[in-house]
Design a protein. Structure first.
Length: 203
């Protein structure tokens, strides 16, 4: 049987962008083929969808990679050793909060929300998002450790425990954004959470 071709006017790059927004908003498991076809538009049929993307899971993985290469880059400053570690951490938190509240895409962070996106029997679906959260956690820990090594933070500071405070705050921003909390409030919250760093400073 011949595979139906793509509909006239089909823009694959734009289709992936629209699909990313749907997965971002609803998660992997709750997103249906009908929702994806509706977002992609151009009168795409089921055969055309599978011809273009292979499967729902394959499309999700492509959307995740696009998200990680774009929106998720707001926390890459955690690894910039040219920045003071406190500044790197604060910049990551403020940048992520700002991105999560922007117009033009779903609220929250696809990486943070992705912890609830995978079907329980196949966590491999969202493995790239799990790895991204682990990388961010490691970046936060690296900032705290740099603070300890430089003498800015007390020598007895538990790097993983303090990093977990900031990591939990960062993950919580997604819920706040989904609940309609706006960036000015989150920005003030970042100032408040950074007091945890200051409380650990060396005398």
């Amino acid at each position: 049987m011949a595979v139906m071709g793509r509909p006239r006017g089909f823009d694959r790059d734009q289709a992936v962008e629209q699909a990313m927004h749907i997965f971002w908003q609803h998660g992997y498991e709750s997103t249906s083929l009908s929702q994806l076809k509706g977002a992609i538009g151009a009168g795409i049929s089921a055969p055309s969808f599978y011809a273009a993307f292979g499967s729902k899971q394959a499309l999700f993985q492509e959307c995740v990679q696009r998200y990680l290469a774009t929106f998720a880059q707001v926390t890459e400053c955690l690894w910039d050793t040219r920045l003071d570690p406190r500044d790197a951490l604060e910049t990551a938190l403020r940048s992520s909060a700002r991105m999560q509240c922007e117009r033009g895409h779903p609220k929250g962070c696809m990486v943070g929300l992705g912890v609830m996106s995978a079907p329980s029997e196949d966590a491999s679906v969202t493995a790239p998002l799990t790895r991204s959260r682990a990388r961010t956690r490691a970046g936060i820990t690296a900032c705290v450790q740099r603070g300890i090594d430089s003498g800015e933070l007390r020598a007895g500071t538990d790097a993983r425990a303090l990093a977990s405070v900031f990591d939990a705050f960062l993950l919580g921003l997604s819920t706040l954004a989904r609940d309609g909390v706006r960036y000015p409030v989150m920005d003030l919250a970042v100032t408040a959470i950074m007091s945890a760093w200051d409380a650990s400073r060396s005398a």
